[in-house]
Design a protein around this ligand. Structure first.
Ligand SMILES: [Ca+2]
Length: 485
């Protein structure tokens, strides 16, 4: 979008957006009345894969409403979750921090899979976010926002203990899986709750902006959906990649949810002052879907496990039909939302992300060049897709990852720690290097071919690990070594 056009759309919020660096905009915003601040609707899907929507290229799944809204907004093709499974991604998103700062690395135990196959003792996992962390909800509260966390939480305590004004989860709706005893469907009930929240907190009346974190349990296992929808997909031609009718029906219910949320925003005339974000917490589950051409799925640190579908919709502000190829990551939402709200980052609190507002106003790149992941844990293999993981026993073993522009490097802790590290780099297979621009499927490991790029990324990853105090497991697992000696 041209700068001139943008100015024509000016409101207080976009004025702040255009006034240059974050700090300047913060200083100048003291006179802005609270209810002019944009509302934020964050629609968070569980386990939705990169290709699991129509607009991302599926011709089996049906997401006409999502496709329509995405195409009226900005589609991000290189958006990443902070982890390849649920809890760490959520912890990072809500705290604005990479996993070594909050210690939530995985779901449940960090030692999954058979002990006799694990060469290292993994780093202990934290199952909840420390209350000392300043979550995005707490930060936005200081900017006058009222907030709700509806649906899946998964990081310990309750949303109200982490700064949300209102929280409701599926237990409170008396649902164990995806259906209530009366046959009501969880995706629909959570959408009802979200709509109630929006109506009750309509900023036209309350004069306060809202932050809605709608966190669906769909499309996580167990794979369950409405019968009539399943039947429709059973009649439809499937393909090698997408062919599970029940999973497709779950996605279709998500599509209805997004449509209903958007409709209420339109009815209440809130669209023009509401940033709507659509995001997923990790890649699709390999037993039920696939994200080809990406390699792998949920639980792996190849692209299929961490690259997720994302779009941003904000009529009048974000250019319709736009696409952004710049890599962005879950931790970017925190500083983005702060900037929208016109407030500075909390004092003495580290934020690892970068505001994506420059991208929303049409810039092609951020100054930030590198993204990082750290997973000092094991995740056992599951049915499907084992040929796409590094070995058939685990979706992933302990690994650290850097993506820098077109390049991605994975450092596998077992080989690094136990097989000679840098001294034996030519033989120990501890490093994989891919050029995602030429090789999005991560098939051609260039670690021994482009050693210059390998060493550049590796040094940056080591520096990052050191600075953020990322723990790499170093203790050999006696059960493995007893068994194999
Ligand atoms: Ca998930």
């Amino acid at each position: 979008m041209e700068r001139r056009e943008f100015l024509n759309l000016s409101t207080a919020a976009i004025g702040a957006l255009m006034s240059g660096p974050l700090l300047n905009s913060c200083k100048n915003n003291t006179s802005r009345s609270t209810h002019d601040k944009p509302n934020i609707v964050f629609i968070f899907i569980d386990d939705l894969g990169w290709k699991d929507t129509g607009y991302m290229g599926s011709d089996y799944y049906e997401t006409p409403n999502i496709d329509n809204i995405a195409q009226q907004g900005m589609i991000f093709t290189n958006a990443y979750a902070n982890a390849a499974n649920c809890a760490p991604t959520r912890a990072s998103l809500l705290t604005g921090q990479y996993s070594p700062r909050h210690g939530v690395y995985t779901v449940a135990s960090s030692a999954r899979g058979k002990s006799k196959n694990r060469r290292l003792i993994p780093i202990e996992n934290s199952r909840q976010v420390d209350q000392a962390k300043i979550t995005i909800a707490e930060a936005l509260k200081n900017a006058g926002y009222v907030s709700a966390a509806i649906g899946k939480w998964h990081i310990g305590q309750k949303p109200e203990q982490q700064g949300f004004d209102f929280g409701i989860d599926r237990n409170e709706l008396k649902i164990k899986g995806h259906f209530s005893e009366n046959g009501e469907y969880l995706t629909d009930l959570l959408t009802d709750e979200a709509i109630n929240f929006i109506k009750k907190n309509n900023p036209h009346t309350t004069k306060k902006p809202f932050f809605l974190y709608l966190s669906h349990h769909a499309v996580h296992t167990p794979i369950r959906a409405k019968k009539n929808m399943i039947e429709a997909f059973e009649k439809k031609p499937a393909n090698d990649c997408h062919n599970n009718a029940t999973y497709a029906a779950m996605i279709k219910s998500v599509d209805e949810s997004v449509a209903r949320i958007n409709k209420v925003l339109e009815e209440l005339e809130l669209n023009n002052n509401t940033l709507l974000v659509f995001f997923s917490d990790n890649g699709g589950h390999g037993t039920y879907t696939c994200q080809k051409p990406l390699r792998g799925g949920k639980g792996m640190y190849y692209e299929g496990g961490i690259r997720v579908p994302m779009f941003v919709y904000w009529p009048g502000k974000v250019k319709p039909g736009s696409t952004c190829e710049e890599p962005v990551i879950g931790t970017d939402f925190y500083p983005t939302f702060l900037q929208l709200a016109g407030i500075s980052a909390p004092q003495n609190y580290e934020l690892d992300g970068t505001s994506i507002l420059p991208l929303l106003k049409g810039e092609k790149k951020l100054s930030r060049e590198s993204l990082f992941w750290h997973f000092p844990c094991y995740l056992q293999a599951y049915k499907g897709m084992t040929d796409e993981s590094r070995d058939p026993l685990f979706r992933t073993r302990p690994v650290s990852v850097i993506r820098k522009r077109d390049w991605k490097l994975l450092m596998f802790h077992e080989e690094w720690v136990l097989d000679g590290g840098r001294k034996n780099l030519e033989e120990n297979n501890s490093i994989e290097l891919y050029n995602l621009k030429d090789d999005i499927a991560e098939q051609n490991n260039l670690a021994q071919i482009n050693t210059g790029k390998r060493d550049e990324l590796f040094k940056e990853l080591m520096d990052w690990q050191k600075n953020i105090k990322a723990p790499v497991p170093t203790n050999p697992n006696p059960e493995y070594f007893d068994k194999n000696n």
